[in-house]
Write a protein that binds this ligand. Structure first.
Ligand SMILES: Nc1ncnc2c1ncn2[C@@H]1O[C@H](COP(=O)(O)OP(=O)(O)OP(=O)(O)O)[C@@H](O)[C@H]1O
Ligand SMILES: [Mg+2]
Length: 377
């Protein structure tokens, strides 16, 4: 783009910013992120809502709700609005979106409601899309755009999504892994599988139960995974202490586990993930496949941080695989980025109304001038 074009776009965006906020939301299974254009990430909290089951009222949202987990009286329940990448409860999601949109704009709301882009898993049904739209509208959004996560991640990674070139992204989140190939502004091929962070945690819980006859919670399994999970056995040897309940004696117990244990636990799921990626590659048109081989595959989401995963995928797929910079925020950055690519319907309406009025004034004055000339003659 020429420097004049860039300057013009800058002015346009500044004018747009005077009227309304642009907000990107990644409503993930594990974490919810909100990005406000011009301010960056303003919310990064667990996707959790605590509700009072007697009154149906929301007691807490986000980090506050997560902190309450396991410490609440019987009538207060902490629930996840998104389970396995699917919205589990419309009411709760609506409350969560309302909380997020209000918190993101606190003290900085504009004349008009915000434009909101929400990242959703690929393959979401039209009923679910409508549920997301309605929830965001009910929360005060003026315009709601739903963007599939692989597309959002590709925009967030700054891949050339609008060019006639294939770009491939694998977003390994908490509930789902989204595998997508993007070209010319659309998803050419995509797949959504339920093998992601939560599944790895469950694998670790079962492995410790089977191997050490000890019961650990999923939260401990997640901490273990983040601390020592590694796919490559050649890396530095790592170990960590884990606490739980001995299944034989019923008493608390503490053991030392190694990266090899975690590798054994999650190995099967990782292999299944590789198979799913291969299936996507096998059904991709050859021209686009050649772009993917040339440009490589980008990993996003928290799962991308598993040590040695890009090298393992590169070996098994025969395509270079790399981790995107800041993989946990790629989707939300892309969601807000997608808004910048859209024309604001309000400003477009304003512009078209003003230009219609100006045209009307011009034709009226031309007519009156012609009439004046006729009278003078
Ligand atoms: N360093 C790490 N190593 C391994 N796993 C990690 C690491 N950091 C985070 N994770 C895992 O990443 C997952 C969260 O990732 P992310 O925030 O991308 O998911 P999400 O967007 O909430 O979920 P989804 O996209 O499935 O709806 C969790 O399962 C977490 O345990
Ligand atoms: Mg995600």
């Amino acid at each position: 783009m020429s420097s004049f074009g860039k300057r013009l776009r800058g002015y346009k965006e500044r004018v747009l910013g005077l009227f309304s906020n642009d907000i990107g939301i990644d409503l993930g299974t594990a974490n919810t992120l909100v990005y406000v254009k011009g301010r960056g990430i303003v919310i990064n909290e667990p996707s959790m809502v605590a509700i009072n089951t007697k009154t149906g009222q929301v007691v807490a949202v986000g980090q506050q709700a997560k902190d309450m987990m396991g410490r609440t009286p019987a009538h207060i329940q902490s629930v996840q609005p998104v389970v396995d990448g699917v919205i589990s409860d419309f009411e709760i999601t609506s409350e969560m979106l309302s909380y997020l949109i209000n918190k993101a704009q606190a003290g900085r709301s504009k004349l008009l409601g915000p434009r909101v882009a929400v990242g959703v898993p690929s393959g979401i049904t039209s009923v679910e899309v409508r549920a997301v739209r309605d929830a965001a509208r009910a929360a005060g959004a003026r315009e709601v755009h739903v963007i599939e996560e692989p597309m959002a991640a590709a925009i967030g990674i700054e891949l050339p999504v609008h060019e006639p070139q294939g770009s491939m992204v694998i977003d390994i989140g908490g509930g789902t892994t989204d595998i997508g190939i993007v070209s010319l502004g659309g998803l050419v091929n995509a797949r959504n599988v339920r093998i992601a962070g939560d599944k790895f945690n469950q694998d670790i819980v079962s492995h410790i139960r089977n191997e050490y006859k000890m019961l650990i919670g999923e939260k401990s399994a997640e901490e273990l995974k983040i601390a020592i999970a590694s796919i490559s056995p050649t890396r530095q040897h790592m170990e960590a202490i884990i606490r739980g309940r001995d299944l034989v004696t019923g008493l608390p117990r503490e053991i030392m586990v190694t990266d090899q244990d975690v590798r054994n636990a999650i190995g099967h799921s990782i292999e299944e993930l590789v198979e799913s990626v291969k299936e996507v590659l096998e059904t991709t048109p050859p021209e686009i496949l050649s772009d993917v081989i040339r440009r490589g595959i980008y990993l996003a989401g928290g799962g991308a941080l598993i040590r040695g995963l890009p090298e393992y995928l590169t070996r098994n797929l025969g395509v270079p695989v790399m981790v995107a910079s800041d993989p946990l925020t790629a989707v939300v950055r892309g969601a807000v980025g997608s808004l910048c690519m859209r024309r604001s319907s309000f400003l477009y309406y304003l512009y078209s109304t003003v230009s219609r009025v100006a045209q009307c004034v011009r034709s009226c004055s031309a007519r009156s001038r012609a009439y004046g000339r006729r009278v003078l003659r």
